[in-house]
Every structure is written in structure tokens, then in C-alpha cells.
Design a protein around this ligand. Structure first.
Ligand code: IMP
Length: 199
């Protein structure tokens, strides 16, 4: 049985304001005051884990300890089957220092030359850590495949080259609300809310 969240304050262990806003919106129905790591001037730990869950956990632990309140962190990326799960936890880093995702998507396409299996998944890990060290963790996924060339300019990151199962459009061609309803992030959040927030 997961631990229920019955506090009134939560820190979102991210310095990305877009992400903080998105998470705060999802938690609106639960009457929780949400702080960002930037608002509390928390340090950004290095992501030294080897799995999405390990990185989400280390970010949440660092924030829960520094802020002395429960902390929620996420870590996400694209895992391509024929590439043994790459770029995986290195998804952001494949974009280089300037986070150039044309470059990163090109790298995926080059690596897939000659490979028949184009299947891939977006994965999102969420870790909720309390100041006493208790952890609840969830992993959301959306299965799909890689297309070349990429299509659509509505999303971010690897969205133009990912077609979710059951659709013909890439995430980059979809209405953002449509993507958000089926995404790896939605899957992880639904699990978190069902386990820790729903009454
Ligand atoms: P992080 O979770 O903020 O570290 O993001 C990891 C990286 O994974 C991002 O920079 C994107 O390149 C990629 N990524 C994660 N989620 C998505 C998504 O929904 N669409 C496209 N790319 C994504």
C-alpha cells in the first residue's frame, strides 16, 4: 500500500519552470501549496543514476532533505529498442550543450540505418520522497515507433520522430492536449495520483 500524501506543501525538484507549471496544474485539485526548486534556491544535483527512476529519486531526495518537505521529481526520455534503450537517460545530453534536437534526432536516424525494428517508447519516472526518507516511485510509458523524416513542430525534443501506437501522426503533429492525454508523463502522473493523492 502506497503512503498517502496528506501534507499541504510540496516542492517540485526541477529548475525547469515549464515542468513546474505543468506539475502544479496537475496537483491543483488536491489543495497542495507547490514550491519550485528555484523558488527555494535549492542546488541542482548531478544526474549520476543509470536509470530514469534512479535519477528521479536522487533529485527528489536532495530536494526533500534541503527543503525539509516532501519533494517530487521526474526524469524522462526516449528509449529505442534496437539501440538497447538509447538515448534513454542521455536523451537531453544527445542534444549537446545547446540542446539541439535536430542533431539528436539525426543521431537516432543514423543509428537505426539497416535496423528493421523501429519500435521505441517514451518513459517518465516520478519519485515522491518525504523528509523521513520514504519513497514512492512510478514509471509511465507510451509505446510507439520512430519515423524518418521527422514531422510536425508542435512538441519538443524527440516529438517529431515518434509515432505513438494506434496513431499515424507523430507527437510533433498532435494537438498538445491530445499528446498530454496519452503521454508517458500522463501515465506516470495517473499512477501517482491514484496511489498517493486520491481520497
Ligand atoms: P528531462 O526529463 O527534463 O531530463 O528530459 C529528458 C529529455 O528527454 C528531454 O530533453 C527530451 O529530449 C526527451 N523527452 C522527454 N519527454 C519528451 C517528450 O514528451 N517529447 C519529446 N522528448 C521528450
Amino acid at each position: 500500500m502506497a503512503r498517502h500524501f496528506d501534507g499541504d506543501k510540496l516542492v517540485i525538484a526541477s529548475h525547469n519552470e515549464g515542468k513546474v507549471r505543468e506539475i502544479a496544474d496537475l496537483l491543483k485539485p488536491f489543495d497542495v501549496k507547490v514550491f519550485s526548486a528555484a523558488m527555494l534556491d535549492l542546488p541542482e544535483p548531478e544526474e549520476t543514476g543509470y536509470t530514469f527512476l534512479a535519477n528521479a529519486e536522487l533529485k527528489a531526495r536532495a530536494a526533500a532533505t534541503a527543503a525539509n518537505m516532501p519533494a517530487l521529481a521526474d526524469d524522462s526520455g526516449l528509449a529505442v529498442t534496437a539501440l538497447d534503450g538509447a538515448p534513454g537517460i542521455y536523451s537531453a545530453r544527445w542534444g549537446g550543450k545547446t540542446r539541439n534536437f535536430d542533431l539528436a534526432m539525426n543521431r537516432v536516424h543514423r543509428a537505426l540505418i539497416g535496423q528493421e525494428d523501429k519500435s521505441a517508447a517514451f518513459i517518465c519516472a516520478l519519485a515522491l520522497v518525504w523528509p523521513d526518507g520514504h519513497l514512492e516511485a512510478f514509471e509511465g510509458r507510451v509505446e510507439g515507433s520512430i519515423v524518418e523524416p521527422g514531422r510536425g513542430s508542435r512538441g519538443f525534443g524527440y516529438d517529431p520522430i515518434f509515432v505513438p501506437e494506434g496513431d499515424r501522426r507523430t507527437f510533433g503533429e498532435m494537438d498538445p492536449d491530445e499528446k498530454h492525454a496519452i503521454s508517458h508523463r500522463a501515465d506516470a502522473f495517473n499512477q501517482l495520483v491514484a496511489a498517493c493523492f486520491s481520497k
